[in-house]
Design a protein around this ligand. Structure first.
Ligand code: SAH
Length: 459
């Protein structure tokens, strides 16, 4: 469609019916075949929209008035829902969110992966889908009335001061409020992004769901932390569950939260948490899944799909701090984990020791290089588990899997589109997708995690 032929005009209003949701959470409406994306509307609804942007192939609109309301619409409980943008689906009932996520996975596996007629199970959700995040990373600034700490308003760097976030653990909300109050009274200045001045950039809080241990990380622009002793003392007094107070220095002009230098100010370097029976040490910088309750659900599924016996050799590609590897090691003969970030592998080794798990080996490197090298050395796997980042698996890794011929591949994915692409490659290489299980790790957002079981067809 050339731009002249587009059947809508910017700033004009139209009545539309909404059909579907995109993976960003906007509703889809069509006017004479032209697609418009409209946030905060829902499939099945009818309404008046104002067109806000017109591109050649598609445009955007804003919902002005709802004429028909979906039976799945609910009032978002969060008071700042419309400014924040962190959650995209609070206006959709939780049951409908779970159905929507299952549908998204099904659609994309069919469209991109050309995979149909496979059971895509109902999304495994939370019985109480609130207060699930175990990590808060909150930007801080100074305004006329003192410090503000909250989140950036959607598509801006304007901080909105908030007292609570309904998907955050209450303990983390409390850390942020109390630290803000203490810092305010000590007259510590928040960071000014434009002028690159001020001190306190972020307050990071981490929480062990099972252990209830709390870590506070203060990220500052300057290496000097004013009133350090008083700050530490007051955090200890007012937040007795805090086990660790850490200082991170980030003097750069950047959006990245952490700088390179991290010092423990008081207490332990690590807090701990459990997933099932496996204990994990978590430092200020460790990667650790943010929804531990659902992580257990996800890993239990991965373990079920791996269907291990005590003679099986397993490779865990993209192993992070070894979370899945250590889970699998409970059932397998031996697990080899590989991960690109050296500090994550240090954590993985530490976690293996912490649990007295000896049938694991961890290596630093790119999965697509290390696994072919292992294969050349004679290390082959009965089961391979992959849990790649959003961009999916490297082709070289998929080729090696096809050559190595493990009897099963378990694919853990945070992006259905790259999952579908990779499943197609593996299907063409002799595997059959046998089960697909969506898991809701991030209620009220559009994210969906999947665990997939693939079995070798020609044995
Ligand atoms: N399985 C872990 C981590 C999954 S996140 C868990 O469940 O906690 C994906 C991981 O892949 C990240 O830790 C990232 O650092 C790592 N990674 C990214 N590219 C990689 C590559 N080419 N080879 C190995 N690991 C990689």
């Amino acid at each position: 469609m050339s731009k002249q032929n587009v059947p809508v005009q910017k700033n004009q209003q139209y009545e539309v019916v909404f059909e579907d949701l995109t993976h960003e959470g906007a509703a889809v409406a069509k006017i004479n075949g032209y697609t418009l994306f409209v946030p905060k509307a829902l499939p099945g609804e009818r309404g008046i929209i104002k067109v806000t942007k017109v591109n050649k192939g598609y445009g955007f609109g804003r919902l002005i008035e709802r004429l028909e309301t979906s039976e799945h619409r609910v009032e978002p409980p969060c008071p700042v829902y419309h400014q924040c943008g962190g959650c995209q689906l609070q206006h959709l009932s939780y049951e409908a969110q779970l159905l929507q996520k299952q549908k998204m996975v099904k659609d994309v596996l069919e469209r991109i992966g050309k995979i149909s007629e496979i059971p895509i199970h109902s999304t495994l959700g939370m019985s109480d889908p609130w207060r699930y995040r175990n990590k808060a990373q909150v930007p801080v600034a100074t305004r006329e009335g003192g410090l503000v700490a909250g989140f950036y308003q959607e598509r801006t760097h304007h901080i909105i001061d908030i007292e609570e976030c309904l998907i955050q653990q209450e303990a983390n909300d409390q850390v942020v409020q109390v630290v803000k109050d203490i810092a305010n009274k000590l007259n510590i200045k928040g960071y000014d992004e434009e002028k690159h001045r001020g001190t306190l950039r972020h307050v990071v809080a981490r929480y062990g769901l099972i252990t209830k241990e709390v870590m506070v990380v203060l990220v500052t622009r300057t290496s000097d932390l004013p009133h350090k002793e008083q700050l530490i003392k007051q955090i200890q007094v007012r937040l007795p569950e805090v086990k660790s107070i850490v200082h991170n220095i980030n003097s750069k002009k950047t959006n990245v939260i952490f700088g390179d230098q991290t010092n423990v100010l008081w207490g332990e370097e690590y807090i701990h948490d459990y997933i099932g029976h496996v204990k994990f040490a978590i430092s200020a910088r460790s990667f650790y899944q943010v929804n531990p309750e659902q992580t257990k659900v996800l890993y239990d599924k991965a373990l079920e799909f791996a269907d291990l016996s005590s003679v099986d050799i397993v490779i865990d590609a993209y192993c992070g701090i070894g979370t899945i590897s250590l889970f699998l090691a409970q059932k397998a003969k031996h697990v080899y984990g590989v991960e690109i970030v050296p500090q994550a592998i240090d954590d993985a080794k530490r976690n293996a020791k912490l649990n007295n798990i000896e049938n694991v080996d961890f290596a630093v490197g790119e999965a697509e290089k290390v696994i072919p090298w292992w294969y050349a050395q004679g290390i082959s796997a009965d089961v391979i588990v992959v849990d790649p980042p959003r961009k999916g698996c490297d082709e070289a890794l998929l080729d090696t899997i096809i050559q190595m011929k493990p009897k099963r591949v378990v694919y853990v994915s945070c992006n259905p589109a790259t999952l579908a692409r990779d499943l197609r490659v593996l299907e063409d290489g002799g595997y059959k997708t046998t089960q697909v299980q969506p898991v809701d790790m991030f209620p009220h957002t559009m994210h969906v995690e999947c665990v997939v079981m693939m079995s070798r067809v020609d044995k």
